[in-house]
Structures are given as structure tokens and as C-alpha cells.
Write a protein that binds this ligand. Structure first.
Ligand code: GLU
Length: 536
């Protein structure tokens, strides 16, 4: 076989919001495709109409877009799944429900060459044999033994088969699993695997009732037609691999069969088991990339709405089950493309650690410029009734009475608080008093520190600040201010806490010199007056 173009696909079923494990599967496919200079295809597998959820497809596309995982085929620039073939999208449509006309002849082909048969059992009949088996303490499996006791084209006379095919609509095409055959498979992550077909059942491939293929048939036919070179998917599909191998054999497509890689599951942070939506609710972290509201109006948290940067989310996800072989943890998407390889994807499940997700966000927050962070902070300020005016080159101004601040003032605040923040919204939580004059004072702190022997000196320090000459920066102020306190032999900590109580409403938080340099002399004086009026 000559050099084959790398073509991989992410093939979600629109049955709900994409779980973060699904995003990781998409990401690994994307990284693999880009690293090999190939194509990343998005295919929507929506042949199970019972499980279709409105909005899920749009959600998937938006989630991938937020992560920067952009398909080469399957989705157009406007974010819609492509419906008509073109040079860029030669295999359209990419939504399986729109390809329904394609699959029937492939199902019939397998019946004709003996790899499949028509099964006429009604759902009621199947229910009855299932119940009968259960009554005997057994589980019913549709396989080489049971199929010979059921109504299908292998047991019925030819004319009866022809009549049922023509006159009824309940029939299906089932795969005829060969007897006692070892299927030898290779997985790029798990290595060599062998399974005996006697352990497998006769899966439905196509259903006359809705004239639709099942997942197995549609998946194999489409991977073949779309010239997929590698299938990278979740390990929940590993049990289907022998059937998929046999389907390639049955169609005579073994020469161009894709290679397979099954990714391990994401595990919950504590204990064992698969990471579920409920773990997120219970332990307070999102399991979905974007917020999702279900038909009942219940909301599930999303990384985007929780304030995560997409690059932090993507970096964190990439490292869940893959490592570069050394200690490096920070990777942009492009760097991941360069470093990724399937042979470093781990076989064992990857334990999700919500603290690590936060750690990544903190790291990315610190890498961002103050201006970028300021822009991201503006909506948070607006939500708190703060008006921001001017530009980054404009002079700094702060009007606490009107809650109006210049962009440069906000940028100064951001520079001050960003090292303490995990999310942009933390900028506000860290120091709301940099935008609002405290209206109340923490009672405990007030009782502890606002005593005449501290308050008096604190007022004198405020006077010292008012008379401070030269540019009022934290660096310029800090030394002389401390020297002023020390020279009078006042208790440094207590006086500082008193000042902080006046300026911030609490006695913990940012350094006094930083607060003063940010809010300015005039506001310092106003806040001292205010605390005197309130606490005396
Ligand atoms: N539609 C399947 C899913 O939702 C795709 C599995 C595969 O990639 O083969 O997971």
C-alpha cells in the first residue's frame, strides 16, 4: 500500500451536550490530523432518531469552535454541517440522516454474499424470547444458535422470505456472525487483541421500519467512503471492534481498512469509575465545555461560562491521558500538534483533577497581557454597575462617587490583582474596594483593630500620605510610609490593619501602598473621613 493521506473523523451522535471526554476525542483526532498534514472531518451520526436531542448538533459545533478545533470537512465557515458536495467537502452530506439512501444497498450486498440475513422477528416476539430466557435464569442473545429458532431468511422458505420482505415493514438486516472464528485485531494504543466470534451476537445493521442503518453499518460504510485512515475513538467502542473488522472483511475492504486507536476513559476525581455529569454537580466542577440547558430547563455548568480560557481547557484536556514524555505541561494548540503522538497516549483511564483545571487557568491568566485581561474584565465591571471610559493611552481617572473609571485605571487594578486570581471574575472578588468606597466595615476586624491607640496613628499616616510628595507609586510610598510608622514606635501591623479597614472595609488583602497608589490621595482622605463618621 502506498502513502495514504491521513484522514480522521470525529463522529458524535447528537444525543445531548458533548461531554469533556468527547471533546478530548475530537482534540486527539484534530492533533493527529494536523500533525500528519491531513484532514479532520466532523460527521454527525444521527441515525438513532429516538435519541436525537434538539440543539445538540449546534452545541457540538460551537464547543469545538470555542476550543479552536476547526474541522477541514463537514462544517462550513458559518458553522453549519455541509449538505452538498463541493471541492472542499467532497463527501457531503456529513449528517448520516441525510445519507440514508446510501446504506440500504450495502446491507443488501451483505445478504447477497452470505454475511447477513433478513430477520423478521417483531419487537413483541423478541420481547417474548427474552422474557422466556430470563425466566430460566438465562440471557437471550441473538446468535448462531438462537437465530436458527427464529424467523429469518436462514430458517424460512425462500417464498416466505420474499413475501415478508414485500409485505411487512418490521424486518431488519442482521449480521451473520461466523462461528468459532478468531478475529485478530491491532489497536494503536492497546496492541494486539484476539476475540472468538462465539462470544459475539448478530447485530442489526439496517432497519426497514425507518429505512435507516444502525451505527455499525453507517459507521463502517462512511469511514470507507470518506477514506478514513485512522479511527480514534473512545474505548466504549472497543467491544464493537471485532464486528467492525468483520464488516470490512465482508465488504472486501480490508486493504483500505482504517487503523484503530481506542482512548481510555476519563475517570472521576475520587474513587474509580467513569467521570459522569453527576460527579460535576456533586463536586462542583463542569463536565461540559459550554453551559447546557436541557428540555426541563435544568442547567449544567460549562467551562466557558465558569470563566475558563479555551486554551487552558484544551491544554488540560490534552494532558488527560497523554504526556509528551517529559515534565512539560504548558502547550498551545500548535505546540500540541507538533508534540502529540498516539504512542504516548496511556492505556489506563485518566483521572480528572478539577484543581489541575484551575491551575491551568491560573497559568494562562498570567500569560495574558494586562490589556487583554482588562478587556475581558469589562463585562464583569459592567455587571457591578461600573462605567469604564477612555482608552489605554488616555490619562488615569477614577470617580468613586459616579463609579466611573478610565480604562487605564482598570488596567492598573488588573496588574495589581492578577497574581491572586484564577479567573477574570476573581479580579472583582479580590478587591471590589478598588472601585467602590466601602460602605460597611467587617465587624470582627473593626472590634479587633479600630481602637483609639491604632486609629489615631492610622489617621496620622493618612495625613502623611496626603502630604507625600512626588509620584504616588506603591514602590515610592512603601518605604517612607513604614519608616514614618516605625520612627514613632507605633505597632506596625495594627496600624496597617486599621488603615486597611478604612480603605478596604476589611483588614486583610492587598498591601496598603498598592491600594493607596491605585485609589489616590483624595479617595484615601474620603475613606478616612467615612470610617471616622461610622466607627468614631
Ligand atoms: N457515533 C459514535 C459516538 O457517538 C461514534 C463512534 C466512533 O467514532 O466510531 O460515539
Amino acid at each position: 500500500m502506498g502513502e495514504r493521506r491521513t484522514r480522521v473523523r470525529f463522529a458524535p451522535s447528537p444525543t445531548g451536550p458533548l461531554h469533556m471526554g468527547g471533546v478530548r476525542t475530537a482534540l486527539y483526532n484534530y492533533l493527529y490530523a494536523k500533525q500528519h498534514g491531513g484532514d479532520f472531518i466532523l460527521r454527525i451520526e444521527d441515525t438513532d432518531s429516538h435519541r436525537f436531542v434538539p440543539g445538540a448538533e449546534e452545541y457540538i459545533i460551537e464547543a469545538l469552535r470555542w476550543c479552536g478545533i476547526v474541522p477541514d470537512e463537514g462544517v462550513d465557515a458559518d458553522g453549519k454541517v455541509v449538505e452538498t458536495a463541493s471541492e472542499r467537502h467532497p463527501h457531503a452530506p456529513y449528517r448520516q440522516s441525510q445519507r440514508r439512501g446510501i446504506y440500504r444497498r450495502y446491507a443488501e450486498e451483505l445478504v447477497a454474499n452470505g454475511w447477513a440475513y433478513y430477520a423478521f422477528d417483531t419487537p413483541q416476539e423478541l420481547e417474548a424470547v427474552r422474557a422466556a430466557a430470563e425466566a430460566k435464569g438465562e440471557t437471550f442473545i441473538y446468535n448462531q444458535v438462537s437465530r436458527m429458532q427464529l424467523r429469518n431468511s436462514l430458517t424460512l422458505p425462500q417464498e416466505e422470505t420474499a413475501r415478508l420482505l414485500a409485505e411487512t415493514t418490521d424486518w431488519t438486516v442482521r449480521f451473520r456472525m461466523p462461528e468459532n472464528t478468531v478475529v485478530a485485531m491491532d489497536d494503536l494504543i492497546r496492541g494486539h487483541i484476539e476475540v472468538n466470534t462465539d462470544t459475539l451476537d448478530d447485530k442489526v445493521l439496517w432497519k426497514r421500519a425507518d429505512e435507516l442503518p444502525t451505527y455499525h453499518l453507517a459507521n463502517i460504510v462512511d469511514d470507507h467512503l470518506m477514506e478514513i485512515s485512522e479511527v480514534i475513538r473512545g474505548e466504549e467502542w472497543l467491544p464493537s471492534l471485532p464486528l467492525h473488522y468483520l464488516l470490512y472483511r465482508a465488504f472486501g475492504w480490508e486493504d483500505t481498512m482504517p487503523r484503530f486507536a481506542h482512548l481510555s476513559l476519563l475517570l472521576k476525581p475520587v474513587g474509580n469509575g467513569k467521570l459522569s455529569k453527576r460527579d460535576g454537580d456533586k463536586l462542583g466542577f463542569p463536565v461540559f465545555p459550554l453551559q447546557w440547558t436541557n428540555a426541563e430547563g435544568e442547567k449544567s455548568r460549562g467551562y466557558r461560562e465558569d470563566g475558563y480560557f479555551p486554551e487552558a481547557f484544551v491544554n488540560m484536556l490534552a494532558m488527560l491521558g497523554w504526556n509528551p514524555g517529559d515534565d512539560r505541561e504548558m502547550f498551545t494548540l500548535d505546540e500540541l500538534v507538533a508534540a502529540f503522538s498516539l504512542d504516548k497516549v496511556q492505556k489506563a483511564g485518566a483521572k480528572f483533577n478539577p484543581d489541575k483545571a484551575k491551575w491551568y487557568n491560573r497559568e494562562y491568566l498570567r500569560l495574558k497581557s494586562d490589556e487583554e485581561l482588562t478587556d475581558a474584565f469589562l463585562p464583569v465591571l459592567a455587571a457591578h454597575g461600573i462605567t469604564v471610559t477612555g482608552c489605554y493611552a488616555c490619562p488615569v481617572s477614577a470617580d468613586f462617587a459616579r463609579k466611573e473609571f478610565s480604562k487605564n485605571y482598570v488596567k492598573n487594578v488588573v496588574a495589581l490583582v492578577k497574581m491572586r486570581a484564577t479567573f477574570v471574575a476573581d479580579f472583582w472578588e479580590t478587591a471590589p474596594y478598588l472601585f467602590e468606597t466601602p460602605q460597611a466595615y467587617n465587624e470582627k476586624d473593626a472590634a479587633k483593630f479600630w481602637k483609639p491607640e491604632n486609629a489615631g496613628p492610622a489617621l496620622e499616616v493618612a495625613d502623611f500620605i496626603a502630604g507625600f510628595e512626588g509620584p504616588l507609586t506603591a514602590a515610592a510610598l512603601e518605604g517612607p510610609m513604614e519608616e514614618f510608622i516605625r520612627s514613632r514606635e507605633w505597632p506596625m501591623g495594627k496600624v496597617m490593619n486599621c488603615l486597611r479597614l478604612a480603605l478596604a472595609g476589611v483588614s486583610s488583602g492587598l498591601g496598603i501602598a498598592d491600594i493607596v497608589a491605585t485609589i489616590g490621595k483624595e479617595e484615601v482622605r474620603a475613606r478616612m473621613e467615612r470610617i471616622m463618621n461610622v466607627l468614631g
